[in-house]
Design a protein around this ligand. Structure first.
Ligand code: NZQ
Ligand code: ZN
Length: 384
């Protein structure tokens, strides 16, 4: 296991009824910018609970943060926050609202164009404190320091991370998930699954705790995910998947181990070019990526086959094939297609995707830095 520094300052408030604890978590007298998406939280009663818990604090509501939050929208939120002199940001929604709110929190304190935080030209020196009420279990954004922001006008989707934007708290009430459409429920399970894989399925690092935590999360998602489609109001299944998704990307799994993230980097470019949901891209790229990189990943693929899918019979190669097939079948079972053609894309814009990868410096991806543009092209070609 490699050395690591792990700092996770987010307080987790988990369980039914926890939105009420905002009354204590948001400092009294705060001027709060309450951010949300396209309106699901207005329809499912979540915003009403937030308003009650905030009581007589000044709360300026800013809605309209879209999936894959757009820079232009977030810049309007920053202007609104400045106009009202807000000193706390409360994100109420899924990963897009959480990520967008991290950008807003940092942007409120940033003097230049906050886009520089995404291109690497600028650094977050401070941010307005932020809290999250999560309504979609998927990204792990509620307990990590990262955020992904899109810029539709240029076709970019970029990532930044800073300790300054760790949420102070994350309210995880599994009953807020009951209203999720099937597509988002499936997306969430796939995203959490792939986050786990990106930090687990690399090469052996003798990190027993991280490996077994990862296998525990994968097994939980495989066991509980389908229950959500069968019964969207199954509280226990929602609770298990919600906690698995948070644990999959709050820093613990990836501490001290090699990490891959190539599936995510290709996925982000596919979203930017073709507009697919984040998790839809992952379900397409991951099986193709594992197949293309079976040699460098051989030892871990065999461990994954045995411990997660119970595959112990046959040759090594047949077990690896079966594990990749099982992964694909699981995503399909969650209602998420595993080929571009499953979304009607028979001729993907490969040149555009590869040009963006190159422009963003994504030319040596993966745990060995051996996922070149040629490898990425081959992976994408095999994913049609
Ligand atoms: O906008 P509203 O009306 O709220 O509807 C949303 C949206 O249409 C809906 N939704 C959310 N909660 C709901 C609900 N509908 C009914 N009931 C509820 N309880 O779901 C739709 C999708 O929401 P979104 O927030 O976009 O989904 P997700 O949580 O999957 O977030 C995706 C974004 O997170 C980024 C992705 O790239 C993408 O931009 N990621 C962030 C990461 C991070 N910060 O660590 C890591 C991830 O790998 C990922 O890249
Ligand atoms: Zn993801």
């Amino acid at each position: 296991m490699n050395n690591f520094n792990l700092y996770v300052p987010t307080r987790v408030l988990f369980g039914q009824g926890q939105i009420a604890s905002l009354a204590k978590q948001v400092p009294a007298g705060s001027r709060v910018l309450v951010t949300y998406g396209g309106g699901s939280v207005l329809r499912n009663g979540v915003m009403e609970q937030v308003r009650q818990a905030l009581g007589d604090r000044l709360a300026v509501e800013f809605g309209g943060i879209e999936p894959n939050p757009d820079y232009a929208t977030l810049m309007r939120a920053i202007a609104t926050g400045r106009e009202h002199g807000v000193d706390f940001v409360l994100a109420v929604g899924g990963g897009s609202v959480a990520d967008g709110s991290k950008f807003i929190a940092a942007g409120l304190h940033y003097e230049g164009d906050p886009w520089e935080l995404l291109t690497g030209k600028g650094k977050v020196k401070s941010a307005v404190p932020l809290g999250v009420v999560l309504t979609l279990a998927a990204t792990g954004s509620e307990m990590n320091s990262g955020a992904v922001v899109s810029r539709r006008e240029t076709g970019d989707k970029l990532f930044f991370a800073s300790e300054k934007v760790f949420p102070r708290f994350a309210v995880l009430d599994p009953s807020t998930l009951f209203s999720l459409p099937e597509r988002q429920t499936g997306n969430g399970v796939v995203d959490a699954f792939v986050h786990t894989i990106e930090q687990y399925l690399t090469y052996p690092a003798n990190a027993k705790v991280q490996d077994r935590m990862a296998e525990g999360l994968l097994l939980t998602l495989i066991e509980e995910g389908p229950k959500l489609l069968a019964n969207p109001s199954d509280y226990d299944a929602r609770a298990n998947v919600m906690w698995a998704a948070t644990m999959a990307l709050n820093g613990y799994l990836g501490a001290g181990v090699p990490q891959d993230w190539s599936t995510h980097m290709l996925g982000h470019e596919i979203t930017a070019v073709h507009g697919l949901d984040h998790a839809q891209t992952l379900a397409i790229v991951l099986p193709a990526m594992l197949a293309a990189r079976r040699e460098p990943k051989r030892a871990k693929l065999l461990q994954y086959a045995e411990r997660v899918w119970g595959l112990t019979e046959g040759t090594e190669d047949s077990r690896i094939d079966a594990a990749i097939d099982a992964t694909r079948a699981f995503f399909e079972r969650m209602g998420v297609p595993t080929r571009l053609s499953g979304h009607g894309i028979r001729e993907p814009k490969l040149d555009a995707i590869l040009a963006k990868l190159e422009a963003h410096g994504m030319t040596k991806l993966g745990e060995h830095g051996d996922v070149t543009l040629e490898v990425s092209r081959a992976v994408l070609e095999s994913a049609v």
